[in-house]
Write a protein that binds this ligand. Structure first.
Ligand code: HEC
Length: 131
């Protein structure tokens, strides 16, 4: 590899290492939401089984993912989405701490989806920008 080539690949590696930390692209949001959906399925089962440890563990995953999503809404200056995200995050924190019910976590999903989620013909979802 030439010197310049080496420098370039170093730079590229640096950029790739930095980007996920910010989580501000639509792809990051999509990834977070997919994990949220999967975790909610697991939490529903944990709730039925009254499995406290699994409820807390799932709550923690949700806290992480809604912390990531919050950065997306903040970057795009979407105040109402930020607010709904925060409500979900607070409910997830309470669930992770064992101080709040599972039911509270799912209460704010639909409000945001109705406003900002669009279902495509192939059954997948994407962000709907209304303004
Ligand atoms: C503040 C807004 C907001 C909140 C709150 C929110 N979502 Fe989403 N969600 C979105 C948007 C926007 C999309 C579409 C983006 C995408 O998937 O590319 C989405 C997509 C999804 C998807 C589809 C992912 C895919 O592409 O297959 C699932 C599943 C999902 N959300 C679950 C949830 C659950 C469960 C909750 C509540 C615990 C929740 N979301 C809360 C905004 C939100």
């Amino acid at each position: 590899m030439t010197k310049l080539g080496k420098l370039f690949s170093l730079l590229l590696a640096g950029i790739l290492a930095i980007v996920p930390a910010f989580s501000q692209t639509e792809e990051d949001l999509d990834k977070a939401m997919k994990l949220v959906g999967k975790t909610m399925g697991e939490l529903r089962k944990a709730n039925e089984a009254k499995d406290e440890a699994a409820l807390k563990a799932g709550g923690k995953v949700l806290v992480e993912q809604f912390n990531l999503s919050a950065k997306f809404w903040a970057k795009h200056k979407m105040a109402d989405a930020t607010e709904m995200n925060k409500k979900t995050l607070d409910a997830a924190k309470a669930l992770a701490d064992g101080t709040g019910p599972f039911a509270a976590v799912g209460a704010t999903c639909k409000g945001c989806h109705d406003m900002y989620r669009e279902k495509l013909a192939d059954g997948s979802y994407k962000l709907k920008m209304t303004h």
